[in-house]
Design a protein around this ligand. Structure first.
Ligand SMILES: [Zn+2]
Length: 408
């Protein structure tokens, strides 16, 4: 991609109303644009990152048997009355349509849609277990939305729902999802910053967990046990002052953002919608459910927050919108064009800074955008290019052919 014709442009200053690190950097680098508090447009570079996060999550959901669906964001009021959440869900977007005067919800979650839908297809023990997930925009009527992509009013999320004949099977699948989530956290580069949090104290901790990522922009406070990679939430710390795994009292107080959560729903929703199956003995039983959420745009914001430095963003190769930032310096334009063509032919994802700008501006933008590698072509590099990793201080001269084989 030629930077000279890129739809978005970088900016030296962050928007005045952006307080959080992730939003400031993503806006300056031209990845997102804030439409209003908690609502963002994803620009070409940002959308490529978002799609990469989506791809990683989709791959890991398929590994654990997830089948993808797409449920409506627009949901009828009556389903929310059935579960009793029309009046109790605190950030629910409720509204009345202008013509039909019907009342609707913009979905913050989808138990109210997936459970009655599952009734159509699950009726026998032979129909269980089942696992379905979707990747879709969610809506929450947040009072405050000041943390950039970390807390949106509209945001992209993956939600997985599982249906089981018995608790033992539900418990086994819960552990598989936990493993899949750790794998995702590793692939997006956040594993070393992530803690599995016991959301509530006592026995309830068996039914719900959060994946919390330590970052100064986080709105949650956790007490983390470094060696165990587990943490206790602020609400629980009064009754659980030690690590639930090893009993250590050396818990570290950290700010964190909840990247994902997992819940054993038991029969909460199957009871509301009368979702039954007939067991081997011909007896009707309630289906057991689990739900497992993961914020996709929030993960992108968290990576922008946690892995960046003073100069700008840093994207791990699996998330990066392009793998290499090719920079042409004055007097080496022809050589740079040839390098760009060679990269493209080899199928290397390359962002080519062919703009009519000085070296300083190009280097600063490369750091801000944060691709894994920068390759500079100048008069002094001869037949070679100067290659530098985003986090390295100095580069090395490499042969173009060798470079292409290294990154393709
Ligand atoms: Zn511990």
């Amino acid at each position: 991609m030629r930077q000279s014709i890129l739809f978005s442009k970088t900016s030296k200053t962050a928007p005045k109303d952006e307080e959080s690190q992730n939003a400031q950097l993503l806006a300056r680098a031209g990845f997102v644009h804030k439409e209003m508090a908690g609502v963002y447009s994803f620009l070409p570079l940002g959308l490529r990152v978002l799609k990469n996060v989506e791809r990683i999550i989709r791959e890991e959901m398929e590994v654990i048997g997830g089948e993808e669906v797409l449920l409506p964001a627009l949901q009828p009021k009556r389903n929310w009355e059935t579960t009793g959440r029309w009046d109790t869900f605190d950030v629910l977007f409720r509204f009345t349509s202008f013509y039909a005067k019907n009342e609707y919800v913009l979905g913050p979650t989808h138990e109210e849609i997936i459970t009655p839908l599952a009734k159509r297809f699950i009726s026998s023990y032979r129909d269980l277990p089942r696992y379905v997930f979707q990747i879709q925009d969610k809506f929450r009527d947040e009072k405050r939305a000041k943390s950039g992509l970390l807390r949106g009013r509209e945001f992209l999320m993956k939600d997985l729902y599982s249906f089981h004949a018995n608790q033992e099977d539900a418990d086994l699948y819960y552990e598989r999802v936990k493993e899949a989530y750790w794998k995702i956290m590793e692939r997006v580069g956040l594993k070393d910053h992530t803690y599995l949090t016991f959301a509530s104290g006592g026995t309830f901790s068996k039914y719900s967990h959060e994946f919390q990522v330590a970052t100064s922009s986080g709105e949650d406070t956790i007490y983390a046990c470094e060696p165990c990679r587990v943490a206790v939430n602020e609400e629980v710390i009064a009754e659980q002052k030690t690590c639930p795994e090893c009993g250590s009292d050396k818990l570290k107080k950290l700010k964190a953002v909840e990247a994902a959560n997992i819940f054993k729903l038991k029969t909460r929703y199957s009871e509301a919608f009368d979702l039954n199956y007939v067991d081997e003995k011909g007896k009707a039983q309630l289906v057991l459910m689990g739900c497992y959420g993961m914020g996709i745009s929030r993960l992108m914001g968290t990576v922008a927050d946690v892995l960046s430095d003073e100069a700008g963003l840093f994207w791990p190769p699996e998330l990066a919108p392009y793998q290499i930032h090719l920079i042409a310096l004055q007097g080496a334009e022809q050589k740079a064009e040839a390098a760009y063509e060679a990269f493209r032919k080899a199928g290397v994802q390359v962002l080519y800074d062919d703009r009519d700008a000085g070296a300083g501006e190009k280097f600063a933008d490369a750091d801000l955008i944060g691709l894994p590698f920068r390759a500079v072509v100048s008069k002094s590099t001869g037949d070679q290019v100067e290659l530098k990793g985003r986090r390295e201080k100095t580069g090395e001269l490499v042969d173009l052919k060798e470079l292409i084989s290294r990154v393709s």
